[in-house]
Design a protein around this ligand. Structure first.
Ligand SMILES: Nc1ncnc2c1ncn2[C@@H]1O[C@H](COP(=O)(O)OP(=O)(O)OP(=O)(O)O)[C@@H](O)[C@H]1O
Ligand SMILES: [Mg+2]
Length: 384
């Protein structure tokens, strides 16, 4: 996957890593976190680092996390095999007398994971070429949620993140970037482990600005030998409202599909392309947003978030008022106060659904097209 632009973001991230800082990258869905992680990995050699990308979605316990990490290290061309061989030696030496058979996999099974992780990081730091390691962890909040679902989940999640924190402090030549499609900060706040993240540099990954978005639309169009008129670009930017590369790319591709090579795409074609993103056949482009709420929030929070979004989606163009949202939430069930609503609104803002006005009195969908999709495909008001 090509990574268009992101030049400033990239430079800033490398500055953090060269300064020995760990980073917590916060950004909503579909904004380009994974693309950026892969680019960092590709550039790592030139920057004097070893880097691995660790996608921990789908792993359910701490040992699986470190097993995956070892497997990714092993695949690192040039050094991986040697690091893991040295790790095997180290583990056999220090876990002496435990009658350990086989390699690190067996030892991991028989050892407490923090002890194993400590040895692994010590081994990475002992790498002969002296280069620091960069562990780029994607979807760590989903992994944390998986821990939370276990028996005694909150303690497990708390212990996992605090243990990682102390390992980060101890092993300074192994740097970490955490990211994922739900804000780890929101999760930390909800479950009370914010302290585990305090030393990390917060890096919010923003959408493209209008200039970059215009360049990107034409970059995608050029692959089909098309280009957008400036008016068409302005129309798309207005329709989208929030310039995530994913949706810009989808609109550009849809417009090019309907345009003969060599032609300029005008405003009508741009509008049609934006509309086509709401068609039944393309509804999955947006369904990640709904899934995000369905998968990652427990009841009754989930229903409350859907209620708020239904109200905002059907609300006035200037945004739904806090009073109207409170009324919607209090149509049934236990009474919900403004403090709880504010907490929900913070979550929906952090996760990219909504934006508040200056006084935080009214809230709107950040992406106009997502609002249109919500109205068309998600429950209507009153049913939420
Ligand atoms: N800088 C970029 N240049 C080109 N395309 C991009 C860029 N960033 C994102 N994209 C496009 O958007 C898609 C989504 O990006 P990516 O998977 O990195 O998002 P994400 O933030 O990891 O999303 P999720 O939260 O769903 O995991 C990519 O597959 C790619 O098509
Ligand atoms: Mg991703």
């Amino acid at each position: 996957m090509d990574c268009y632009d992101r030049i400033d973001e990239n430079a800033r991230l490398w500055r953090y890593f060269h300064a020995g800082k760990n980073v917590l990258m916060l950004a909503p869905r579909r904004i380009g976190k994974t693309v950026l992680l892969n680019r960092l990995r590709e550039e790592s050699e030139g920057q004097g680092f070893h880097a691995i990308v660790l996608d921990v979605e789908g792993y359910r316990d701490e040992k699986a996390f470190f097993q995956q990490m070892c497997a990714a290290i092993q695949e690192e061309i040039g050094v991986g095999q040697a690091v893991i061989a040295a790790l095997n030696e180290r583990l056999k030496r220090v876990i002496h007398g435990a009658e350990v058979q086989g390699d690190w996999r067996n030892i991991l099974l028989q050892t407490d994971w923090p002890v194993f992780a400590d040895h692994l990081l010590t081994q990475l730091e002992a790498e002969k070429d002296g280069r620091p390691w960069l562990i780029l962890v994607d979807e760590i909040p989903i992994f944390t949620l998986a821990l939370l679902e276990e028996t005694d989940g909150p303690r497990k999640a708390h212990d996992f993140l605090y243990t990682l924190r102390s390992l980060l402090q101890k092993h300074r030549k192994v740097l970490w970037l955490y990211t994922g499609s739900i804000g780890l900060d929101t999760l930390a706040r909800r479950y009370g482990f914010e302290g585990a993240l305090v030393d990390m540099e917060i890096f919010p990954l923003e959408p493209f600005n209008p200039t970059t978005a215009a360049g990107f639309l034409n970059h995608v169009a050029s692959k089909s030998d098309c280009r957008f008129s400036p008016e068409a670009v302005a129309r798309i930017i207005a329709r989208l409202g929030w310039l995530a590369p994913y949706y810009l790319e989808k609109i550009a591709e849809a417009a090019c599909d309907k345009t003969t090579a060599g032609q300029t795409i005008g405003t009508d074609a741009a509008d049609q392309a934006a509309d086509s993103l709401l068609e039944l056949s393309r509804r999955t482009y947006w369904s990640t947003w709904r899934e995000h709420l369905e998968k990652n929030f427990p009841e009754p929070e989930r229903t409350h978030l859907f209620t708020i979004l239904a109200e905002v989606a059907h609300g006035p163009a200037e945004g739904a008022s806090v009073d109207s949202l409170l009324m919607a939430l209090n149509r049934g069930g236990d009474p919900i106060g403004e403090a709880v609503l504010r907490d929900y609104l913070d979550t929906l803002e952090a996760d990219g659904f909504l934006d508040g006005d200056v006084g935080r009195a009214r809230f709107r969908f950040r992406m106009n097209l997502l609002r249109e999709w919500w109205v068309r495909y998600v429950v209507t008001r009153g049913q939420a």
